[in-house]
Ligand binder design. Structure first.
Ligand SMILES: Nc1ncnc2c1ncn2[C@@H]1O[C@H](COP(=O)(O)OP(=O)(O)O)[C@@H](O)[C@H]1O
Ligand SMILES: [Mg+2]
Length: 426
């Protein structure tokens, strides 16, 4: 089973390219499902068929689905949300405001992706093609499963101890609404679901992300930033698609300068997009709508290539033993040194790129290592972790300890805060 996820800025052609890829794969015999998590019904428009909330037949070997992300959000989040609202209301927040605060931005799209996990588990298809919402939301949503998982992982053992530990401490002085057992099981189910989604998305053998761009400098610059962020969270981008490239037939003098500018830009991508191949799709005189037009677009895009193959393997994270410790290598293409920070906190290594932070749970052997050096070289972050001298004091233990110990330690939040080890990247 393969999953191809198309993302990029709004209007660049994600939906068209996703639909085209699906049509081509289906015509080559792959049992294909193309789905959109974007509430705008443009996948339906591109395929020129009505799509429903469940997979429905589009053509031979091809099914389509317009995922109702809002309904999925209701299913998975409602019970937890009700509890969050009750807590906020207890804290004096007005009911309407509490309702608004209880839905994190981007959450809806995350739950749209739960269907991807379910289809992978069901195994009824050879290929899933996902047309994602525009860049900013997609990035947020893609980084949410780990971030939310991190949060929930800490919330559930704490909440389970509520009745035995926390409530007695509070006495009846503070009648904070205690989470009911069904809230706890809802939190646990949610955690499990999001873990499943993330596992599918970061499995580079199953899932490839393809970044769609247009041959314009600003779009390209934005895609570079996105690429760095995606690498940070461990997603494999296996190709960049440059859509709407002016074809050779266009030889009106009016377009001469535009064509030259596009050629220059494409020339800059000669080494690929951080190693990933760059595929070009020509600008069409008419909108590519319907299976035949989409198949033509896909043929121009992939040529002899197998659209279902993993076109590039980025191998984002590697850990190797080294003299006196370990070396951790993380591919971070297009990331600038100034926006990068590496910190160690307990058993986590926090890598921060701009406003995004990824928490890497270190393998047991590395948890006592100190950051000796962090360097950024050729789009790769290299962190040297030194093994402690034998007999040296060990690090404070993790969240597995008591809630009191946990809240007193510095592992409470991914937000900037006190850290055990901070490393400036050189
Ligand atoms: N290569 C192309 N040539 C001509 N029109 C295109 C091409 N790719 C996309 N379009 C048209 O551009 C518009 C936006 O494309 P769409 O795939 O909906 O973008 P996105 O999903 O990124 O918002 C649509 O009307 C689509 O038919
Ligand atoms: Mg679209």
């Amino acid at each position: 089973m393969r999953v191809l996820l198309f993302t990029g800025k709004g209007g660049v052609g994600k939906t068209s390219i996703a639909a085209a890829t699906a049509v081509r794969a289906a015509r080559q015999g792959a049992r294909t499902l193309v789905l959109s998590t974007d509430p705008a019904h443009s996948l339906s428009d591109a395929l020129d068929v009505e799509l429903g909330g469940e997979p429905g037949r589009v053509a031979t070997n091809l099914e389509g689905q317009q995922v109702d992300a809002r309904a999925r959000l209701e299913t998975h989040w409602r019970r937890v949300q009700e509890y969050v609202i009750s807590l906020l209301s207890h804290g004096g927040v007005d009911e309407l405001e509490a309702e608004e605060l209880s839905v994190l931005p981007g959450l809806e799209e995350v739950f749209g992706l739960v269907d991807v996990r379910d289809h992978v588990a069901a195994g009824r298809h050879d290929l899933l093609v996902v047309d994602c919402a525009p860049t900013a939301e997609t990035l947020r949503l893609l980084s949410l499963p780990p971030a939310l998982g991190w949060y929930l992982q800490r919330l559930s053992p704490l909440a389970r101890r509520w009745h035995s530990v926390i409530q007695p401490l509070l006495g009846d002085r503070a009648a904070v609404p205690a989470p009911q057992p069904d809230v706890l099981s809802a939190v646990e189910a949610l955690h499990h679901t999001l873990d499943g989604v993330r596992d599918v998305l970061v499995d580079a053998h199953t899932t490839s992300l393809r970044l769609v761009v247009t041959p314009e400098r600003v779009v390209m610059a934005e895609a570079r930033r996105l690429m760095g962020q995606l690498a940070l969270f461990g997603y494999n981008v296996d190709a960049a698609v440059v859509n709407r490239v002016l074809p050779d037939e266009v030889d009106h003098p009016f377009f001469t300068a535009a064509k030259r500018r596009q050629q220059d830009l494409l020339g800059e991508l000669e080494d690929g997009f951080a190693g990933a191949p760059v595929l070009n799709a020509p600008l069409r005189a008419t909108e590519p709508v319907g299976a035949d037009a989409l198949a033509e677009l896909a043929d121009a895009l992939y040529g002899e290539r197998d659209e279902r193959a993993v076109l590039h393997h980025g191998e984002p994270l590697r850990i190797e033993p080294a003299a006196q410790g370990w070396t951790l290598r993380l591919r971070l293409p297009f990331v600038e040194r100034e926006e990068l920070d590496v910190l160690r906190r307990g058993e986590e290594l926090l890598v921060r790129v701009g406003s995004q932070t990824r928490s890497l749970m270190l393998p047991a052997a590395l948890r006592r290592g100190e950051i000796a050096e962090a360097t950024l070289c050729d789009g790769e972050l290299v962190v040297r972790l030194m093994a402690p001298e034998p007999g040296e004091a060990t690090e404070p233990s993790s969240w597995a300890g008591s809630p009191a110990a946990a809240s007193a330690s510095s592992t409470g939040d991914v937000a900037p805060g006190p850290t055990h080890t901070g490393g400036h990247v050189s």
